[in-house]
Design a binder for this molecule. Structure first.
Ligand code: ADP
Ligand code: MG
Length: 332
């Protein structure tokens, strides 16, 4: 019997560097989805070898947000940041999760954070002393707002973060291409502070209703704040669960939130391993599925591109004689 099965991990886009990474197992493609080109693999290799073209004006100040905690904001910040640096762009990642900072851990830079942005604002150190340069990619720097377990100080708000972003723009080293802000969970003061200097947002969500409701609320707040360029990353996607109709497909998520899709990241145990090792997934050799998906998302971020989630029809199952017998007898 021909059944319609949603699949999340299929995308084709003119500038998609590895268009077949998420090629679904079943054909044919949805009639509305663009047809793949005749030499997709060659095309993808060529695209992967070229440098993505930076769209928009620099610095691109991007906030990585979600509303709900634990959906993968910090993982996304670390992997997008390192990917962008690998493509040759200068990146400053700001950990704005005051009190619960962990971006330094994911990047393996925790032992090198001597000063924080609060000390810069208090006049206790210079900005360049608070910036931690990555040893692997010298064009990647980390700025932590505060020490772990400290509370958001009363005087620290959106204006202070705007001041910091301005200071980063006018450094002697030159203006960075990307300033990525890792936003805290929730929609209170910390969230408002983190989104204030941003002109674009990446909303991270998982395909479950609690995360989607929070993402929807956050989208409204971002729009109220004047951030119109909002793209989403759907994280921790499991095709087996989607096929079993136990998980929402990316197409469903996209229809519910109505946002442009920047990337789809599969659930991958390597993410947890890389988190614990302080070694971002995109640096893994050989690359993992989730690492490649982050790499693609970074590529789209640079070019202000997006991907499409499509519905895929499953091919009719070939039946043996016994199956036909059961089909006619029991109708399945
Ligand atoms: N695609 C994924 N597959 C498996 N585990 C993931 C994935 N994305 C995130 N995680 C795990 O989820 C946990 C929370 O991620 P984190 O980035 O800290 O979330 P947040 O910053 O939104 O609170 C971490 O342990 C991380 O390793
Ligand atoms: Mg976090």
């Amino acid at each position: 019997m021909l059944t319609l099965k949603p699949t999340a991990l299929s995308s084709f886009s003119s500038s998609n560097p590895i268009p077949y990474l998420f090629k679904p197992l079943h054909k044919p493609y949805h009639p509305l989805s663009p047809k793949p080109s005749s030499f997709p693999i060659i095309k993808s290799i060529l695209q992967y070898n070229r440098k993505p073209q930076l769209a928009g004006t620099t610095p691109r100040v991007v906030v990585i947000t979600s509303g709900k905690g634990g959906v993968g904001k910090t993982t996304t910040t670390a992997n997008l940041g390192i990917s962008l640096a690998r493509h040759g762009f200068s990146v400053v990642a700001i950990d704005a999760d005051v009190g619960l900072r962990n971006l330094d851990l994911l990047l393996g830079l925790e032992n090198r954070v001597n000063y924080t942005a609060l000390e810069v604002l208090n006049g206790d150190c210079r900005l360049d002393q608070a910036l931690v340069r990555d040893k692997r990619w010298s064009n990647f720097e980390l700025l932590c707002i505060s020490k772990p377990r400290s509370k958001l100080p009363l005087g620290f708000g959106g204006k202070a973060l705007i001041w910091l972003v301005d200071a980063l723009k006018h450094r002697n080293e030159g203006c960075p291409d990307f300033i990525i802000i890792d936003c805290p969970a929730g929609i209170d003061a910390g969230f408002i502070t983190a989104i204030t200097p941003a002109n674009e947002a990446v909303l991270v969500t998982t395909p479950d209703i609690t995360s989607l409701r929070d993402a929807d609320r956050v989208t409204g707040l971002l729009e109220c704040d004047g951030i119109k360029d909002i793209k989403m990353i759907v994280n921790r996607v499991r095709t087996d669960m989607i096929k079993g109709e136990d998980m929402m497909s990316v197409l469903d998520v996209q229809e519910m939130l109505g946002l442009a899709l920047l990337g789809v990241i599969p659930e991958d145990t390597e993410v947890i391993r890389s988190t614990n090792r302080g070694y971002p997934l995109v640096l893994n050799k050989p690359p993992t599925l989730a690492g490649l998906a982050f790499e693609q998302a970074a590529w789209r971020l640079v070019e202000q591109d997006s991907m499409t989630a499509v519905m895929v029809e499953e091919q009719p199952k070939k039946r043996g004689l016994l199956e036909y017998y059961y089909f006619f007898k029991y109708g399945k």
